[in-house]
Design a protein around this ligand. Structure first.
Ligand code: PEP
Length: 246
């Protein structure tokens, strides 16, 4: 089933979350026809989990720590997320990589922990503008995928991957659906090489300036198995239009 995920980033207080979800749920029909996922900030997960219970709309977090507990001031563990109802966690978002310095090794440790703890990670990969201009898109994506999945070759069916070109995130300049499809095909081939037994069992989502007006153009392509939506997921009506764009 295709997955449409909203990444709110650092937006919305708990009370704003409550208002959003009450409004968003009015737009939701046939939740069984697609997977719908909301990823609010940590401080909103409790209220979101309560409001989404039994609705078919799923809850995810934007980040996690790889240890279950310990002296890691300011961090949040996977058991903490699961108790609030999170079924998903975004790992290696470009803002985590490029603003907070997360490297491939840390991202790999987080993925290992997600699979051990039983939460489904959405691994984000994507090239910067200078990589694309230097013709390095496939190389960069390959390195990120291989390092992130190192040691997890058996479990590629328990992970989703979001291809999010960094230059398209929050810029209003999406990749063309054709460019996205070519990277998605490349990632699919790569995954087949990593573990042929799991061929076709990892969903590849696209993310980067998806809006109600262009979501359908991406979702026309069978290689695009979902969307990760930032800015346009912050308004319930706009996110609902994206969810029902196909
Ligand atoms: C994102 O945060 O993953 C994202 C794709 O953001 P935006 O939709 O705003 O480009």
């Amino acid at each position: 089933m295709r997955l449409i995920a909203g990444n709110w980033k650092m937006h919305k207080t708990a009370s704003e979350t409550e208002e959003y979800i009450k409004s968003f749920l009015k737009f939701v029909e046939h939740p069984e026809s697609r997977e719908i996922l909301l990823c609010p900030p940590f401080t909103s997960l409790y209220i979101a989990g309560k409001l989404l219970e039994g609705t078919g709309v799923k809850l995810g977090a934007q980040n996690c720590h790889y240890e279950r507990e310990g002296a890691f001031t300011g961090e949040i563990s996977i058991p903490m997320l699961k108790e609030l109802g999170c079924e998903y966690v975004i790992v290696g978002h470009s803002e985590r990589r490029h603003i907070f310095g997360e490297d491939d090794e840390l991202i790999n440790r987080k993925l290992v922990a997600c699979l051990e703890e039983g939460i489904r990670p959405i691994l984000c990969v994507g090239e910067k503008l200078e990589d694309r201009e230097a013709g390095m898109t496939f190389k960069v994506v390959e390195t990120q995928v291989r390092l992130a999945l190192s040691g997890l070759e058996e479990h590629t069916d328990r992970i989703d991957i979001a291809y999010e070109p960094v230059w398209a995130i929050g810029t209003g300049v999406p990749a063309t659906p054709e460019d996205a499809v070519s990277v998605h095909r490349f990632i699919k081939e790569l995954l087949k090489d990593i573990n042929p037994k799991n061929e076709g069992r990892t969903r590849i989502l696209y993310g980067g300036s998806v809006k109600p007006g262009n979501a359908g153009d991406f979702m026309k392509h069978s290689e695009i198995e979902g969307l990760l939506v930032g800015g346009a997921s912050l308004d319930p009506e706009s996110f609902a239009k994206i969810v029902y764009s196909f």
